[in-house]
Write a protein that binds this ligand. Structure first.
Ligand code: 5GP
Ligand code: ZN
Length: 123
């Protein structure tokens, strides 16, 4: 997609702080972070929205979701459980879809938010 900013990031045509890359996915820091840790996970191949995902993309979607705990661990926001069973840490995963979903960039992406709350505008 010629004018897609995330395709350009995936192609290395515009800079981003990349934190993960494999043959299918790229993860990078959000340029305007809403939380202390705010990462974006994208498929390298362009899809506009979650609504454009078909049966052929279920493995790709699974990979995107499964990357979140790995990134969370690498960025210090994993869920931990102490000796009393009390959990701390943790993160939020979010996919905005379409105008009413708050999507601004029309290349499918999953947000990963973590760190000390409160976060901007995320409930
Ligand atoms: P959306 O509202 O579409 O789910 O979120 C798009 C996200 O992409 C926003 O959080 C925004 O800050 C981020 N973003 C937009 N343009 C760029 C960019 O050029 N580089 C990076 N790293 N993030 C971007
Ligand atoms: Zn794209």
């Amino acid at each position: 997609m010629e004018h897609c900013i995330f395709c350009k990031i995936a192609a290395g045509q515009i800079p981003a702080h990349v934190v993960f890359e494999d043959e299918d996915l790229l993860a990078f820091k959000d340029i305007n972070p809403a939380a202390p840790v705010h990462l974006l996970v994208i498929p390298k191949r362009h899809l506009d929205t979650l609504s454009d995902v078909g049966a052929e993309h279920t493995a790709l979607l699974g990979k995107m979701l499964a990357l979140a705990p790995r990134l969370a661990a690498e960025h210090g926001v994993a869920v931990t459980t102490n000796a009393d069973g009390k959990r701390s840490g943790g993160y939020k995963t979010l996919i905005n879809t379409g105008p009413n979903g708050g999507q601004e960039v029309y290349h499918l992406h999953m947000h990963v938010y973590g760190g000390e709350r409160p976060w901007r505008g995320l409930g």
